[in-house]
Ligand binder design. Structure first.
Ligand code: PMP
Length: 378
């Protein structure tokens, strides 16, 4: 099998699973319990938090463990919007965002907040000059992902930070799920960051929220007061220790992996260019771990099935939205034609992807192309 769907989820590293199992067996205690075993486990939890902070070069920020980036995004966006409501009502996002951001913003809009969408360039980037025109003293929250999960384009977070310098009360939230392990996280001027363990060879159901100022957020998940009273619920220490391990591996492997994936991406782009009627959707300077390709005239689902029969696992646009029959908003915002959107597939790579996989993929690509070429728009 060739697994090219790593933007949907990655294979957990064996050592991450080992940590999870080991801590579950030996340290299953509740870190909130006052007895010795509880104290011991509480120390393990703090160690995991400190290690993550060190590895991600965080300083004053707080690391909060959650059940995934969906929860981190919900906690941050709602928590900040509610907290800052007395100071303004305007929120800014773009249609590029993952549903776990976009749908939260839309839900806040339905509660009475004023939601504005920043324009997107044809390379799929936030239009910074348009952002400047949307800014006002009523804006309290801006959210932008660091790397897009469908096309791989990298967002100009530092430029957004520059624009926001004139508006000190604005909170900037970054969904860095697809950036983690690929790029250094942008933390300067960023108020909160969401991460997801299963996108960097960790476990599913594991998230992190990095927060610069705990006093700028209202609690959304109430209960026993765990995780600085921001995320109540018995803490999953085995999961959090395993997450620290995954963060370490991701940071250790980052540069070597990116060199390998740059070459994998380049080679695939090169051979795809030789097939008439097939186009690359991802911008040239997108992250190498995501490559979006269009077969206009053919349906993405047909392509995914054809590749799957040959043992190659890929995705249509993103696993989160491929079950919905809506035309993908991200590709639409980039001005990509409907037939290109409907015929688009996403390949996504990770640490386990090797240059030698390209040859195997090319063979499958050639077979699928022969099957569908009559349908391609010329
Ligand atoms: N943001 C982005 C950019 C993602 O790709 C994903 C996962 N598809 C999420 C958020 C949600 O992460 P989780 O699965 O941990 O809830």
């Amino acid at each position: 099998m060739l697994y090219f769907d790593n933007a949907a989820t990655t294979q957990p590293d064996a050592s991450v699973i080992d940590s999870y199992v080991r801590v579950n067996k030996q340290f299953y205690f509740n870190p909130n319990s006052p007895h010795d075993k509880g104290v011991e486990v509480s120390r393990l939890l703090q160690q995991a938090r400190t290690q993550i902070k060190r590895m991600l070069q965080l300083h004053d920020e707080t690391v909060i463990f959650t059940s995934g980036a969906t929860e981190s995004n919900n906690m941050a966006l709602k928590g900040v919007a509610y907290h800052k409501k007395p100071f303004g009502r305007t929120l800014i996002t773009s249609v590029l965002e993952h549903p776990s951001v976009l749908e939260v913003m839309r839900s806040l809009e339905s509660e009475g907040f004023n939601l504005k969408y920043v324009n997107v360039t044809k390379e799929g980037r936030i239009d910074i000059s348009h952002l400047k025109t949307l800014m006002s003293s009523d804006v309290i929250l801006v959210t932008c992902m660091q790397v897009n999960n469908i096309m791989g384009q990298v967002q100009p977070i530092a430029d957004i930070v520059e624009v926001l310098k004139d508006y000190p009360k604005v909170h900037l939230h970054v969904d860095a799920v697809q950036a983690m392990g690929k790029f250094p996280l942008v933390t300067d001027g960023v108020d909160s960051i969401a991460l997801s363990g299963h996108k960097f060879n960790g476990l599913k159901g594991q998230g992190i929220l990095i927060l610069k100022n705990m006093h700028n957020i209202q609690t959304i998940i109430h209960g026993g007061g765990q995780e600085f009273a921001l995320r109540s619920g018995t803490v999953n220490v085995p999961m959090d220790v395993a997450c620290a391990k995954a963060v370490r591996l991701a940071e250790d492997h980052r540069q070597v992996m990116m060199t390998e994936l740059t070459e994998v991406n380049r080679q695939i782009r090169m051979f795809v260019a030789q097939y008439p009627g097939v186009y690359i959707n991802s911008p040239d300077d997108a992250s190498p771990h995501i490559l979006n390709i269009a077969f206009p005239g053919v349906r993405g689902e047909v392509l995914v099935n054809a590749f799957s029969k040959l043992g190659v696992m890929i995705s249509t646009t993103s696993a989160c939205s491929s079950k919905h029959m809506k035309v993908n908003e991200v590709l639409q915002a980039m001005g990509i034609s409907t037939s290109r959107i409907l015929g688009s597939i996403r390949l996504s790579f990770d640490y386990n992807t090797k240059k030698s996989d390209v040859e195997v993929f090319q063979e499958a690509f050639d077979t699928v192309y022969e099957e569908v070429k009559e349908l391609l728009e010329q």
